[in-house]
Design a protein around this ligand. Structure first.
Ligand code: ADP
Ligand code: MG
Length: 319
């Protein structure tokens, strides 16, 4: 198969229609007609083999994750995902691989009613770039820059499992066979927290999605909002697998510094705590309060009410 066959037989085969896609794959550009009184949130994320996923990662995991990490960015802004474009570079045409990639990508797209409207297909070292767009009622988007002194800091879901799997993968931690699939799934198939993101519009002062690690991503909120934060490491939501493997303090340290969670981190003023906790519960989203914003410009961490120092600052390319 060559470039145009690939596009026709795989990428253009997504079985999903959206009324606001006026023109999809096939012309020089796609044309979309957004709903009235909405803004469009736009984000791009690249996944490079050996950097964002180990070489042994399955096509299904890569397909899922390349969509999920982008939808996660939209969720963090309070946007509802609508359209994606896919720029894919493949070393060669392995039809089984492309089929698996597309089926996992389209499965996630279907859950969130997201339409693939265009892209680019090239040959070279494996790399996937997705641009995702989403809709948010005009002016209701959430940014990294609105956190205020005394706001409470929350995360969705559990954090740290993806980092735990990577430690195992690189031979630094021993995991028993029965738990490996669970933590591997958390790395390979992250869940974008779209419904939680929509609730943020009404209550959150600031939000970000956790990709580089809680420590690094919280630092983005603090810097952007010109505030500091106190984090109670013993309050971080951790899986039993993690706690049983590393114990509570080492688990919390790893969850604080490790990346690839794709959970949402957000800040809520005191007066909105009860309302957002109720709304999240009603929508089936687990959230956990892990600390509070302060007036300093520093992030401090405590364990059992004792201040502890930060061990790792999270992932940064070129460092
Ligand atoms: P052009 O030559 O105009 O840049 P291409 O020949 O690269 O366009 O692509 C033809 C059509 O197929 C375009 O509509 C493009 O958006 C779409 N397309 C190419 N690759 C992909 C892909 N991987 N996924 C989805 N659409 C794609
Ligand atoms: Mg063209």
């Amino acid at each position: 198969m060559k470039e145009f066959d690939l596009i026709k037989h795989y990428f253009a085969k997504q079985n999903l229609t959206r009324k606001d896609v006026t023109l999809g794959i096939g012309d020089d550009c796609a044309i979309v007609t957004p709903a009235k009184d909405h803004d469009i949130a736009i984000t791009t994320d690249t996944l490079v083999e050996g950097v964002h996923f180990p070489e042994s990662t399955s096509a299904k995991a890569i397909g899922h994750k390349s969509i999920a990490v982008n939808l996660s960015d939209l969720a963090a802004m309070g946007a509802e995902p609508s359209w994606i474009s896919l720029a894919i570079t493949l070393p060669n045409v392995d039809e089984q691989w492309v089929n698996d990639f597309c089926s996992a990508a389209f499965e996630l797209c279907k859950i969130h009613n997201v339409k693939l409207i265009g892209g680019d297909t090239t040959q070279g070292p494996l790399s996937i770039t997705v641009t995702a767009q989403g809709l948010v009622p005009r002016g209701e988007h959430v940014t990294r820059t609105g956190a205020q002194n005394n706001d409470f800091i929350y995360v969705t879901g559990n954090i740290g499992d993806a980092a735990l799997f990577l430690l195992h993968y690189y031979g630094k931690v021993q995991l028993s066979d029965d738990v490996i699939p669970h933590v591997k799934k958390r790395l390979d198939f992250p869940t974008p927290r779209i419904s939680a993101g929509k609730i943020l519009r009404q209550y959150a002062s600031a939000a970000i999605d956790l990709s580089d690690g809680l420590s690094a991503d919280l630092a983005h909120i603090c810097k952007g909002s010109a505030v500091g934060a106190d984090i109670a490491l013993d309050d971080l939501p951790l899986s039993d697998i993690m706690l049983n493997t590393l114990g509570s303090e080492a688990s919390a340290n790893l969850a604080f510094s490790g990346g690839d969670d794709y959970e949402l981190l957000f800040c809520v003023p005191q007066q909105d705590r009860l309302a957002i906790e109720n709304a999240m519960k009603k929508s089936g989203n687990k959230i956990t309060c892990i600390g509070q914003i302060n007036q300093s410009s520093k992030i401090t961490t405590s364990f059992n009410n004792q201040t502890v120092s930060i061990i790792n600052k999270g992932y940064e390319h070129f460092s």
